[in-house]
Design a protein. Structure first.
Length: 477
């Protein structure tokens, strides 16, 4: 079941332009990617402010996070596939326009429905990074591709920590919760203008058939999965709604695999997904996301706990953001190191080393969590792991797919990484909720030790997956 879009001209791929300036292009793509990632994490500390502004409960306002994640799950693979087919510059401009519009809607509206629509539009922004990777691969000189991809991919970790810090700073400066979205909208609008001006990539679309049935089964399955994970803590993991969502996800995703193997032009090529290096990289990314991003909720909640309860440091939103500042520095350093390692020994070793460093981070937290600086040091180590692992992933994926499949392959990986992060966060939250202080909704100190061990165990699985990755580096002649 499909509908055909008929573009004016058809070809198989675009030709790079020699007059594009790589540094300007990379700056525009990095700015756009960073703005989108920051936008997703900066909303966490301002949920209470949004609830007050919209005159809704905290339970209701939590849907601004859920809707954003659902939109990202559905649109990231779709926009990645469209970018490979009808032009990555075109689709990234459309995406940035939608994100900017979403920011404006959130900033100006006092209607919960309109705000949720704006957050759904912002969720499309998760496709920016995979589209940017495709642009870099098709436009940059080969020797500059690994370092540029390492930086773009590392921005996922940098932005997640920076978003909390920026949000805390803006709150201290007196910026309202909705006012922050004017700032994020201005930055993505700047990225949109920069994309139009500096990225000179004359793309000619090829004939593209919209795989409607594949889109419906994949989108429906991902919505059920992400909604079940996100709402599990509030609805109850054993509730009929959550179990029904997981069952629906299983059925729809299984149906999607069957559909994609039967249509002429699938939304996502299952054969590509089964390529050993692509499959191994995706498994590693999923496990790494689950382990590493589980650390965010643990660190933030621990340092914000008032010290009178026997642990914690009573930090506010800004203090929690400053605790994650070493993560940003560590990720930047590791991304630069990853690009050098990729050139010398290939991308598999940075990925493996990154997962080992992440595992060591949780081992450190198991033994040392009595002082605030312990957590600052741990987030720095986690940043090193993020930068090395995520910096190597695009190069690994690109080694297993054709240039025409670059964006869709990285979109699937981005989606799996995000779902893994959601699962890791849900697991960490569930472990903390299972052992609370009597009479208080506050975890016991031992619950954190258990959660550190569980997240570290997930990272051990990521180490194993990275070690088994079937990739052999060939040094260029």
């Amino acid at each position: 079941m499909s509908e055909t879009l008929t573009p004016p001209r058809a070809t198989t791929r675009s030709e790079p332009r020699a007059d594009s300036k790589p540094m300007a292009v990379l700056l525009v793509l990095a700015l756009s990617t960073f703005a989108v990632v920051v936008m997703q994490s900066m909303v966490m500390p301002i949920l209470s402010g949004l609830a007050a502004s919209l005159d809704v409960t905290l339970a209701d306002v939590s849907w601004v996070v859920t809707v954003n994640m659902l939109s990202a799950a559905v649109f990231t693979p779709l926009l990645g596939s469209l970018g490979d087919s009808v032009g990555r510059k075109r689709i990234i401009m459309v995406t940035l326009a939608l994100v900017t519009l979403g920011s404006v809607l959130v900033a100006v509206s006092h209607s919960m429905a309109v705000v949720l629509l704006g957050r759904a539009l912002q969720g499309t922004g998760f496709a920016v990074m995979p589209l940017a990777i495709g642009i870099v691969r098709s436009l940059f000189p080969p020797e500059r591709v690994p370092s540029s991809l390492a930086l773009l991919s590392a921005l996922t970790g940098i932005g997640a920590g920076a978003g909390l810090l920026i949000s805390g700073l803006l709150v201290k400066a007196g910026v309202s919760a909705q006012g922050m979205f004017w700032i994020s909208g201005a930055v993505t609008a700047l990225g949109l203008v920069g994309t139009a001006v500096f990225i000179r990539l004359p793309e000619r679309a090829r004939a593209f058939r919209v795989d409607v049935l594949g889109l419906l089964t994949l989108g429906g399955g991902l919505v059920c999965l992400v909604l079940g994970i996100n709402r599990g803590p509030s609805w109850g993991w054993d509730s009929g709604r959550v179990l029904g969502l997981f069952a629906g996800a299983l059925v729809l995703l299984a149906a999607w695999v069957v559909v994609e193997q039967r249509v002429r032009q699938p939304l996502i090529d299952i054969g590509m997904m089964r390529t050993p290096v692509v499959l191994g990289t995706n498994i590693t990314a999923f496990l790494t996301g689950a382990g590493m991003f589980g650390a965010f909720v643990l660190v933030i909640q621990f340092v914000q706990t008032p010290s009178r309860f026997g642990y914690g440091f009573g930090s506010d939103a800004l203090g929690a953001g400053l605790t994650l500042l070493p993560l940003t520095a560590g990720t930047l350093v590791a991304a630069a190191a990853a690009s050098l390692l990729i050139k010398r020994i290939g991308p598999k070793w940075p990925l493996l080393i990154g997962t080992v460093v992440a595992t060591a981070t949780f081992g450190f937290l198991l033994g040392w969590h009595d002082a605030h600086w312990h957590f600052s040091l741990a987030t720095g180590l986690l940043g090193l792991g993020l930068g090395l692992a995520f910096g190597a992933i695009p190069t690994l994926l690109n080694s297993g797919v054709s240039p025409e499949q670059t964006s869709v392959a990285n979109s699937v990986n981005q989606t799996l990484r995000s779902i893994g992060g959601s699962i890791g966060t849900a697991i960490a939250t569930a472990v903390l909720a299972a052992d609370t202080v009597p009479g208080l909704p506050l975890p016991e100190l031992d619950a954190y030790s258990t959660a550190f061990a569980v997240c570290g165990g997930i990272c051990v699985l990521a180490v194993i997956a990275a070690a088994l990755l079937p990739y052999r580096h060939r040094t260029p002649a």
